[in-house]
Every structure is written in C-alpha cells, then in structure tokens.
Ligand binder design. Sequence first.
Ligand SMILES: [Mg+2]
Length: 365
Amino acid sequence: MKFSSVKGLKESLAGCLLGQAVGDSLGLPCEGLSPDRIAVLFPLPLRQRLVFGRGMVSDDTEHAALTALAYHESKGSPTEFGIALARNLRWWLAAFPGGVGYATLRALCKSWLGWSPASSGVLSAGNGPAMRGTVLGVLAGEDFEAMKELVKVSTRLTHLDPRAEVGALAVAWAARNSRLTFGLGLSPGLSPRLSPEAANAELTELLSPLQAGSELLELIRRAAESAFKKESAAEFAAAIGSRRGVSGFMFHTVPVVFQVLFAYPGDLKGALTAIISAGGDADTTGAILGGIMGAGLGSDGIPKEWVDRLVDWPWNPASLERLAAAIANKLPTVGVPFWGFQLARNLFFLAVILTHGLRRLAPPY
Ligand SMILES: [Mg+2]
C-alpha cells in the first residue's frame, strides 16, 4: 500500500503530533484518577484544565516529537535511529521531565552510563513505547518490515518485555492505517479502507509471529466485541483486569485504545472524551488515541478550541507543525531544544503539576 505525497506526509504527521499533544494535554489533569472522581471534579465537556483553563504536554508528546526527530536525523536507518533516539531521550531525562515512567528512567540512566540502545532496556511491559509508536507508523508504515524494525529498536531502548514491543507495534499499525485514510474523505479510524475481516487478517499477520502477539490479538478481538455491545471504555478496562481506570500496563492501555477506536470511528471528540473519562493513565491513553486519529484527520481536523488552549514550550501546535513540515520536506531541523531552557520549563511544569495535584485533593468529592 503506497502512502501519498510529501504534502500528505506533512499533513498526516502534523495531525498525528498535534492529536497526540491535544490528547496528552486533555488527559493530564485526570492522570491517576478514577472515572468517578473525574466525573465529579471535571464535568464534561472535555477541555484543558491544567492551569487557568490551559493545557500543557508531558512525556507522551515529548517522546513522539523526539522519536520523529530521531527518525529524521537517521533517515530511517534502524541503527542510526536507535543512537539518535537514545541521545534525544538522554538529554530529555537530564532536564528533569515532570513525568517519566520507572522503566524509562532506569533504562535512560543505563544509557547515560554507556549501555548501547540495544542493551539499555529493562524488563517492563509499561506503555512507554506505545507513545513512540504512532509517529513510527506514520513515518515508516509504508513498509511493514521497516516499521517493525524501528518499533523494535524504539521499544528495546527502554522496555524488554515482549508485550511492550507487540503493543507498540499494534499502535504503529493503527496510526499507519489512519494515515492511509488521510485526504480520502474516509472517516479516520482503524480500517475504513479495509473490510473488518481484511483488517483483522493484516493485523494477525503482523502480530502473530511475535511473542505475546496472539494474546494481544485476543484482547483486540474482545475490544471490538465490547465496542459492538456499546460498553464504555471504563467497563472494558475493568473486564480485562484494570479496575481503577486504565493502567499503564501495555496490555491494558492498548486494548482500551482499540476499544475506543472501534467505538468512535472518525469522532475524535467522542473518542477522547470516552478514553479520558475512563481515568487511570489518561494522558497516555489520550495521547496515543489522539496520535492515531490525528494521523488520519490532519492538523486541520483537530478541534480548534483544543489547539488554541494548548500553551507550552518547546512543544506546542506551532512547533509541532514546523517539525512535521521539516521532516516531510527533508529539511534540516533545529534539533532538540537547548537543555537549559528545557530545564527551566520543566521546573515551571513541575510547580504547575504540584499545584494541580493539591487542587485535586480538595472538594467537590
Ligand atoms: Mg504523561
């Protein structure tokens, strides 16, 4: 299956990055909360509420941008990509990001101490690699083998559990399929260009040779069934063992993302509302879902009120759009933001998160 033109790549990548950033910023205030607590504290409609009605982004957006940059710097060569991504993530960690998963923290410390990208990972099935999977699907999804290799390199840099890799690959596939719908007037979802049977066959062919692939395929089958029965994302999460919101375990996060993709084809507002209302790791679930759907919608398809309320640096709607344009046009980019500025931003972010955390302890209950 051929991807469209340079313009198609620019629009789709910008949509993916922006959708991911918007999902991240909308989910961030709800991170770690139960669905009941979210319903009381943050009544719908969904909007950014981190600080004065504005939203900021976390690791979920930063990793996607740094992964796209590493792909660009390495021109898609897997070895070079691993080296570039490890370097980008090491400096990202050195600026004390507000949110970093435990496995990612340990792996990047190993990377600083000299471990190679192929050996720095730790045994974890956390959802970190999934947030880097969306852009790889958009950038490399034209060739399944290339996409698989890049997802493998990106995953093993931090996570060694086979479930982490197969989950990230499923996310990349979904984003790749979403990109294929861009500009065709199809509602971006999982497989509008394919019959459900053909989509299932494609995903089965991709995942089943991998360890834990069959287990994930079964969870995705249950996700489709659950969406068909019109269960909520929270009900489905509970049914697969994640009771207090959607956990950061790859085999909780990814099946719930698929359940919502099945339930809300082409409806980004409905989809993000559903997945963030399900609570738990809401910034990451929102980010992954936003990234996948954004790849099909393009940046013009992301609701303007959400884009306008995303105020951050260095990653904001304008800079993500510039990054996508530079990559699509194979231009040199400015690279990663200067460490000192990033550190200052992260200290501010930390203060915002702490203030917000205190606010969440207060009524209404
Ligand atoms: Mg996060």
